[in-house]
Design a protein around this ligand. Structure first.
Ligand code: SF4
Length: 448
């Protein structure tokens, strides 16, 4: 049998950065002639691109690997490949405790995927877990799995920030930027393929270029990308607050394709906790960055993520965080309960917060934000938005999509709408908002 007759299934877990890596593995395999299938029962090889970020993600990855392995008994599957963060971080443990896994590819092993698949098909094991820092695989062919019309572009890899709770730097290595010309070439290829929205991602996008151009160059990159025909929206995710200079805010404001959407994971606002988290920037500086965005970028949407239950978080420090959420009125907000990660400095910190208290704090922030979110959404009723169409609701009644104010990862909610004539997934339409709920909005397409 040649590769054309073999079917491959891939399960992508974790974040958008992992999704890009999955899309590249699919692209390489497709180019090698393999057939992709969503049905694990008919897959000759099953790949699980794992996440190892927090405890729940690790468990999800292990469950997915075991489920994939069960198809070796019930289906035609001949091999299971563990790729990605968990595979990198727990290589020895996987090899010792999961004999069902036939190949292990760490985060620098994506380009090896064809060799790993071939080995599985021939009944051999295959491992690649060296940290090489290689990023050339990012220029390899990709099968875009995200909704039609939108694609992520990874602008750097790794992280140098060393937040005390985060294992990413130990998994993904030092911060490395991709050369600007490679990113613009990728954006041009995507535009030619019909992608209207590009979403720039990295562990820390605001640091882009600091390693290879000696200074942060995200502003310059945005100007370059803004000139590409066919791209309608440029969205920037994961900005680190202390790297945001006026030049960057001005560039986000001046480049007409850059949507006024600011993703600013802040984690906390209490000075002692920020310091123990090894986060740069004081509470005053954080507030000042938010003010600058709101003053300079009209209608800007600000999204953040927070951690509750960090070691030593007192009732008073948590109350400070609650007050910050009330006063700032974020447009979008995600909360995580602190998860102790082996090998990180926070893992050894004293003052562990009880699970029940973490949960209460999580619920409390979510309750505060729900009211804010509903009030914010109600202000959008009657307004008209450009919406990128992503699909049709399960009941077939509504189309759904996103405006500039909703990110692509389904965290920010959706805009549901009716249309007189059929509309195409991946196209942009105008929608008037009629109904607001806490997360989703509903409206109707209008012609202007
Ligand atoms: S910025 Fe901090 S939280 Fe984000 S990936 Fe880097 S170390 Fe982890």
């Amino acid at each position: 049998m040649n590769s054309k007759e073999y079917k491959i299934s891939l399960v992508s877990l974790g974040c958008a950065k992992n999704q890009v890596d999955s899309e590249i593995m699919l692209g390489i395999l497709k180019d090698s002639g393999y057939i992709m299938t969503d049905d694990m029962n008919e897959a000759d090889v099953i790949i699980v691109n794992t996440c190892g970020f927090i405890e729940s993600a690790k468990q999800e990855a292990i469950d997915a690997l075991l489920e994939a392995a069960s198809h070796k008994k019930t289906g035609v599957c001949r091999g299971v490949i563990a790729a990605g963060c968990l595979a990198q971080r727990y290589y020895n443990e996987i090899r010792a405790e999961l004999p069902e896994v036939d190949a292990v590819l760490g985060i620098n092993g994506y380009a090896e995927i064809s060799k790993a698949v071939e080995s599985c098909l021939n009944g051999r094991r295959y491992d690649f877990n060296r940290i090489t820092g290689d990023m050339t695989y990012l220029d390899m062919p990709r099968v875009i799995a995200s909704e039609k019309g939108s694609a992520y572009i990874k602008i750097s890899e790794g992280c140098d920030n060393r937040c005390s709770y985060c294992a990413i730097p130990y998994i993904r290595g030092r911060f490395r930027s991709r050369p600007m010309e490679e990113i613009t070439a990728e954006a041009k290829r995507l535009a030619l393929a019909g992608v209207g929205e590009i979403v720039l991602i990295a562990q820390d996008t605001s640091r882009y270029g600091k390693d290879i151009y000696s200074k942060p160059c995200l502003a310059e990159l945005l100007h370059e990308l803004n000139g590409i025909d066919g791209i309608k929206w440029i969205r920037v995710m994961y900005l680190y607050p202390d790297e945001i200079a006026e030049e960057l805010i001005n560039a986000m404001n001046d480049c007409d394709k850059v949507v006024p959407y600011v993703d600013l994971p802040l984690q906390h606002i209490n000075a002692r906790i920020l310091s123990d988290m090894n986060r740069r920037g004081t509470p005053d500086e954080i507030r000042s960055v938010i003010r600058s965005f709101r003053e300079k970028m009209k209608s800007c949407v600000i999204r953040t993520s927070l951690i509750v239950g960090f070691p030593g978080e007192t009732d008073g420090e948590f109350a400070e965080l609650e007050e910050f959420v009330r006063e700032t009125r974020f447009d979008r907000l995600g909360v995580f309960e602190y998860s102790p990660e082996e090998g990180t400095p926070a893992f050894r910190m004293r003052g562990k917060v009880r699970a029940s208290v973490k949960k209460e704090r999580y619920d409390s922030i979510m309750r505060i934000q729900q009211d804010i979110s509903l009030e914010n959404n109600r202000k959008r009723v009657g307004k008209i938005y450009d919406v990128l169409v992503e699909g049709v609701s399960d009941d077939g009644i509504f189309y759904y999509g996103r405006s500039y104010a909703e990110g692509p990862d389904n965290i920010d909610g959706r805009i549901y709408f009716t249309a007189e004539e059929p509309v195409e997934t991946g196209s942009f339409v105008k929608v008037k908002i009629l109904i607001a709920e806490e997360y989703d909005l509903t409206g109707c397409q209008i012609s202007v």
